[in-house]
Write a protein that binds this ligand. Sequence first.
Ligand code: XMP
Length: 305
Amino acid sequence: MVKEEQFISDAVEEIRREAGDRRVVMALSGGVDSSVCAALAARAIGDRLEPIYVDTGLMRKGETERISQVFGNLHLHVVSAGDEFLDALKGVRDPEAKRKVIGERFIRVFEREARRTGARALLQGTIYPDRIESEGGIKSHHNVGGMPLHMEFEKVIEPLRDLYKDEVRALAGALGLPPEIQHRMPFPGPGLAVRVIGEVSRENIEVVREANWIVEDEIVEQFNPWQCFAALLGLGTGVKGDNRVHGWVVAVRAVNSRDGMTADPLHIPWDVLDRIASRITSEIPSVARVVYDITPKPPATIEYE
Ligand code: XMP
């Protein structure tokens, strides 16, 4: 605890010093990193913090409502940009191209909002593994480097830049954030789009959102994994009633990890997997098949794209 208290007072001091008398804008996603950042900045600069939440249309079920509730006291500004994102993604199939489109769209929305607030400094919840993976060129994180910000901020403040996820979680506890935030599973910046192989559409995002909800409902509380989710692998054949039908193939993934760099699949008991398969195929009629992914990272990644 002493270590966390020291970090908090140093970070508050750093944010205050870096911000000077500027307004500071940040993208709050509701994940533990950006939430810890927001809590530190609220202590440091109070209502000179301008937190913005962009609803990309690629978020989990109930996410936007939940975040508005938890961070209502920070004057969180919610931007509904789902149509903008889904329109920009039409026809885009390549995984890296999808990430780029989403990252660029996000930056454009964010720039608009930053201009509106008149902020001259930017706060980001970048943590150490984000920097390593971006520098190594493994993938483009939309929240670090890579993406062109077509506006000049006088300052970019990244108070968590040297921390691992478990250290950020400890800070969340010390800052008094609700346990649901402290223990939140990581959720990728590009959202559900990296959990649909190939082109995303309003329809398939809705399917993966529902499947994801069921997987979290069955696994999170009981097994407390690093991450668990559903992904759409494509279409396959199934049988509904007397007919052979084409339906979605849903992959269920549940892994444990320390920092996301390596991961091991959870040994989920058969009865739980059984219930997940039966719930997904009955609650989402367009799904024909459910599979459980048993691949560690490496060689697989945690997400599908
Ligand atoms: P992979 O799929 O590379 O994921 O094994 C490792 C961890 O990173 C998360 N992830 C992301 N987080 N922006 C993020 O903020 C991204 O673009 C992104 N891609 C993957 C993933 O959920 C896992 O925890």
